[in-house]
Structure formats: C-alpha cells, structure tokens
Design a protein around this ligand. Structure first.
Ligand code: AVI
Length: 329
C-alpha cells in the first residue's frame, strides 16, 4: 500500500526539461563572464561525487552540522512541536533529515524535494519502510522554480521547511532573499524554517574545504562538462579545463570556476562557444555569513530568527526561523 503511494506521487515530477536546460546553458556561456547554473551539477554521478565530498574531513560542513544537530535535536523538536508537515528542499539522499524524523513528535508527512529523480524516489522508498507511520510524499523539482506541494492525508499543525547543509550559500544575495520570501509563503502563518547557515571563518579553512587534497571538488565540477557532452551534444575536452576555487573576502564568498587551459572552441549542439586561454566558467558561489548578516536577510524575507545553535568554533549554525507575516499572496 505504501509503495503504491510512492509510485503514485512520482507524478509530482517538475524536472526541468531538456530545452530549458539547453537554453540556460547557452545563455550562461554567452555572458561576458561565462557561467553555468550550479543546479545542473547534481545528475546521478554528480550527486554521488557530492556525497563523497561530504565524507571528507576538509569539507567541514556536513560533520559540523551533524554534530550540532545531534547535540540540539531534542531542543529543536520541542520548538517545532507535534504534527508538523516537514518539507525538505534539496533532500539529496535524505540522510540529514533522519535525526529530525527520529525525534519529531508524530509528523503528519515528510515531503522531500529534489532535482535528482533516481536518488529521490530510491531514498523516499527507504524512508517509507524505515518510518512505517510516516506519509512520504516525494516531489521531483527544481525548487528554485514553481511547483505544487502535495497535500498530506492528515491535517497538520504547521508547515516546517527544513533546508540544511547551507545550500542558501549557493544563491546570490538577491535571489537568496527572494527564495526565503517564497519559503515564508509556503510555510504560511505559524510556519517555521530550520536552516543550516555556514559562517565566516579563516579563509585557509575555506580554501581547504573547496580545494580538497583528493581532487573531489574538482571532479564534481568537471562532471558538469561531461554531463553537457552527453546530454546537450557538446564537445568539452575535460583535460583542457582546470578547477579553480578561491575565497573572495570582499564579497564573503568562495567562487568556483573551471578555467580554460588554452584557446579553444567548444561545440554546444549546433552552436560554437570560443574560449580564450585563462578564461573561466563561473560554476558556483558559496556565501559565508555573519549571524547579523543572515538575520538581516531573514527578517527582510518575512522571518524572525528565534534560535541559533552553533558549534564551539562557530564555523556553522542551525537556525530556527518563524514566519512573521504569513503568506503575502
Ligand atoms: C551544497 N552547497 C552548500 C555546497 C557548498 O559548500 O557551497 C556545494 C559545494 N560545492 C563544492 N563543494 C561543495
């Protein structure tokens, strides 16, 4: 019965289609500073590579966040309360949510949202059998665009959006604020958000995290070119590009690029894109916040920061936000 339900909700599939993928890629490669949307890093292999990054000591985010969660989860679920509809944006392998699910008081349903379809439905099935009383309603979508939330069978006390891992770091400031505004509307009156937010720290630590000794971060980025070759009929030569990530203190962000090692022309379907030697494609940014900076953005988006938990080194924070004005449309 429950497996049928999972199969049924597979119809909540709002994945971006190939035409849109192609249009976004071409528009990025035509800009003076070439760029590619980082959401396309997460195909099946990309998701696997990112999972590997998350196991590295140098990449401090997952283990620091998990340690905070382990220490504070009892306090957190008290604040969230019983019978919540838990919605996770960018659920990945649904590993992080397990600590919450194990402690939440009778959640009415869990809605994992992810762009990576295979992983989403596979892990949703696992959760379904591991938490027999829980309604699991997976949604395959690019959560930066519009999509419908499924309606759970039981009524909920409140909607809580879970957004761990500091994925908010990968949005530029204005889109980040708009994204939080949209989440505030999804949460509605009496809604809440539990969000992981990475904090400013020694640039040497940041440099190591985004230039790991195994080359995992580089492989993760180069996989995007491999994906473009396969899915959009491109001819990127992977050994003609090199990963380059650095901290920009003025902007408070890590910038991740792929640099062309020589002058070259790359085919994107029936279009050609010239590269100068040393020219880069900006693949991703990862913003680091002060607590005050993040609070300002959250407040502007319609949230109040009610509680913040950090590790001893103050490298990372988990923040409990509540909506202040409910849905605005
Ligand atoms: C998903 N996100 C929070 C990661 C980050 O740290 O910005 C993405 C990442 N890219 C390379 N390493 C990690």
């Amino acid at each position: 019965m429950k497996t049928d339900e999972i199969r049924h909700v597979a119809s909540y599939d709002f994945r971006p289609r190939r035409e849109r993928f192609r249009a976004e890629v071409l528009s990025g490669l035509r800009k003076p500073q070439k760029e590619l949307p980082s959401k396309y890093l997460y195909d099946e292999k990309g998701s696997r590579l990112f999972k590997h990054i998350c196991t590295l000591d140098e990449y401090y985010i997952p283990h620091t966040e998990a340690a905070i969660m382990d220490t504070c989860v009892v306090e957190i679920v008290e604040l969230l309360g019983p019978h919540v509809l838990l919605v996770e944006y960018g659920s990945g392998d649904c590993k992080k949510v397990r600590t919450l699910l194990a402690h939440l008081h009778d959640p009415v349903a869990y809605v994992p949202i992810d762009i990576s379809r295979e992983q989403l439905f596979h892990t949703a099935k696992e959760l379904d059998s591991d938490y027999p009383g829980l309604e699991v309603l997976p949604v395959c979508a690019d959560y930066t665009s519009g999509f419908e939330l499924p309606v759970p069978k039981r009524p909920c006390q409140r909607t809580v959006v879970y957004f761990p891992g500091s994925t908010i770091s990968n949005f530029d400031p204005i889109p980040a604020k708009h994204f939080l505004e949209r989440i505030a509307r999804v949460c509605g009156l009496n809604g809440a958000m539990l969000i992981g937010v990475d904090l400013k720290k020694d640039p040497v630590v940041l440099h190591r995290a985004y230039n790991d000794s195994q080359g995992a971060a580089a492989a993760f980025k180069l996989n995007l070119l491999e994906r473009l070759n396969r899915e959009l009929d491109c001819d990127f030569k992977l050994d003609c590009f090199e990963h380059y990530a650095f901290y920009n203190p003025r902007e408070g962000r890590i910038e991740m690029h792929l640099v062309s090692l020589r002058e070259q022309i790359v085919r994107v379907g029936d279009v050609t894109v010239p590269f100068a030697k040393g020219e880069s494609i900006w693949i991703e940014s990862s913003y680091k916040f002060n607590l005050d900076e993040f609070e300002q953005m959250a407040v502007a988006a319609g949230f109040k920061v009610e509680e913040v938990w950090t590790d001893k080194r103050q490298w990372f924070s988990i923040q409990y936000l509540v909506t202040t004005e409910g849905p605005t449309s």
